[in-house]
Ligand binder design. Structure first.
Ligand SMILES: [Fe+2]
Length: 373
């Protein structure tokens, strides 16, 4: 455990069933761009929020694909500049929230995202537009982190962008918005949140405040994910899952993630797995590996969650994933043994992989991947 740590999370959190209806209380500014997932625009859910902002100019941007690319970010930035947006509301899963964060910065920072990221030479200045994030999945925790993940279409590489300008002013978290999530999305995003929690917990940068949040997040997810999957409108399960993803988000916003997320990047950008699946698929294997440098801590966690040992904990996670029709082997998402070396190489390029509590090099990562092929 780190004896020296900092905890900084400036986003104001507002949580509650129906709280999204109070959006006017949080909006500052006259020109609002709502950046949302396409289906939230088509279903009218985003408009419901926008319609509450009487007296303000409200525009929408919804050309967002999963694992948003830099070109979509630039389009969103242009839409924001066109209306001189002074408030950006991100609404949706991680992709929409990540795009809303960078859009809020690019309104007053000229140029393209490529100027500031993935080898760009300019430094992103202060964010002047207000930023509100409304998650509609219980998973990414993006509403309470200073991270955005974007795919560089020029190289095909998906990489995180970290800056203090990405902390939202408000995270408005309303469980009701998750009732319509399809079961497969509930499973994948919920397991993503579980990965955030466990990666914050075993992280080389772990710290007591995050440990506490991460442990509770894991307990809530294990107790409620299957109910949320089976009964989408179960209010208790939905609320617990959203609280868990919030806590896990705050935890990993301080520590960052580890090997699970590093390896997920090539699994998503090159094999098309959703973010949650790309993370969860290596989770049981990383759990076993984490004992290499975190044996005592993992022992405490397994006892807290009611398992005998890490092996039975990992096996239970695998069974839980199977019960929600999630793949548990790499070949199920189209990976062949000839791909493993490349996946390991790309994963090792993400610096977060070295926050894993085990030796991470081409040999150890290939061995881990082989064990779950
Ligand atoms: Fe994630």
């Amino acid at each position: 455990m780190n004896e020296y740590f900092k905890f900084y999370m400036p986003t104001k959190v507002c949580f509650g069933v129906g709280i999204a209806a109070e959006i006017t209380e949080y909006v500052e500014g006259k020109n609002v761009l709502i950046v949302c997932d396409p289906f939230l625009y088509q279903s009218g859910a985003a408009k419901k929020i926008g319609d509450r902002l009487e007296g303000r100019h409200v525009a929408y941007f919804s050309e967002i694909e999963p694992n948003p690319c830099c070109e979509s970010v630039d389009k969103a930035a242009n839409a924001a500049r066109q209306i001189k947006a002074d408030c950006i509301i991100g609404m949706g899963g991680g992709s929409a929230l990540d795009v809303s964060k960078i859009t809020a910065c690019l309104v007053t920072n000229e140029g393209s995202i490529y100027d500031y990221y993935a080898g760009g030479k300019r430094v992103l200045g202060e964010r002047k537009a207000a930023l509100i994030c409304i998650p509609t999945t219980a998973g990414t925790g993006s509403e309470v982190t200073n991270v955005g993940v974007f795919t560089n279409q020029q190289t095909g590489i998906k990489m995180p962008f970290v800056t203090d300008a990405f902390w939202a002013d408000y995270a408005v978290i309303d469980p009701e918005l998750t009732y319509t999530l399809p079961p497969a999305v509930t499973a994948a995003t919920g397991m993503d949140a579980f990965c955030h929690a466990i990666e914050a917990y075993w992280n080389k940068e772990s710290q007591p405040m995050c440990d506490m949040l991460a442990m509770e997040a894991m307990r809530l997810i294990l107790n409620h994910i299957k109910t949320a999957y089976d009964e989408p409108c179960n209010a208790e399960a939905r609320s617990a899952m959203l609280q868990a993803s919030l806590m896990a988000g705050v935890a990993f916003s301080q520590t960052r993630t580890t090997g699970i997320h590093a390896i997920s990047f090539p699994l998503t950008s090159e094999f098309g797995a959703s973010h949650g699946i790309a993370c969860a698929i290596t989770l049981p294997a990383f759990m076993k590996l984490s004992c290499e440098q975190r044996a005592d801590k993992m022992k405490r966690l397994t006892a807290y969650l009611g398992y005998d040992c890490v092996e039975s904990f990992a096996a239970a996670i695998e069974r839980l994933m199977e019960s929600m029709n999630m793949p548990v082997r790499l070949r199920q998402i189209g990976v062949k043994s000839s791909d493993l070396e490349h996946i390991a190489k790309v994963g090792l390029e993400a610096s977060i992989i070295q926050l894993t509590p085990a030796v991470m090099n081409e040999e150890t990562v290939c061995r881990l991947l082989k064990s779950i092929l």
